[in-house]
Design a protein around this ligand. Structure first.
Ligand code: AMP
Length: 131
């Protein structure tokens, strides 16, 4: 069965899309640790990040870098933190989290509750900065 992220890529499930190309897709995490918390995935459905073939993985990192640069321009932060968990969704993904403090990337923290309008606004602003 297709993962929830593959269904997002196909447009079967809505998402706050930031950017995509033929191979990668970036969107906002719906349970964000901070405004601008994004996920970047390969469209190819592979569960574990370190099972992803070298070429796809290298491309995923480069695509994530472009997304991170766009987040930096949009969300006030010191830098973008990177995390890989994959305990919930079996489709390789990289979390990008704007950081001011180390605690901003603590996954035990209560997640932010944002309105649909705010999610849309953030995704659009980041998307506009994506090059
Ligand atoms: P993990 O697999 O442990 O890295 O966690 C999966 C992440 O995906 C969590 O941070 C969820 O909030 C996020 N997530 C799950 N479903 C969606 C969705 N439909 N849209 C955006 N983010 C999602």
């Amino acid at each position: 069965m297709a993962t929830i992220f593959s269904r997002i890529v196909k447009g079967e499930i809505p998402s706050y899309r930031i950017a995509e190309d033929e191979r990668y897709f970036a969107f906002l995490d719906i349970n964000p640790l901070a405004e601008g918390h994004a996920l970047v995935i390969p469209k190819k459905e592979i569960d574990y990040l370190f099972d992803v073939d070298d070429e796809t993985l290298a491309g995923l990192i480069l695509f994530s870098k472009r997304v991170a640069k766009a987040i930096e321009k949009t969300i006030p932060c010191k830098r973008i933190g990177v995390a890989v968990l994959g305990l919930e969704v079996p489709h390789a993904h990289i979390h990008l989290v704007p950081l001011i403090n180390e605690s901003d990337i603590n996954f035990f923290k209560p997640k932010l509750k944002l309105t649909t309008e705010r999610f849309k606004e953030i995704a659009e602003k980041i998307s506009n900065e994506f090059i």
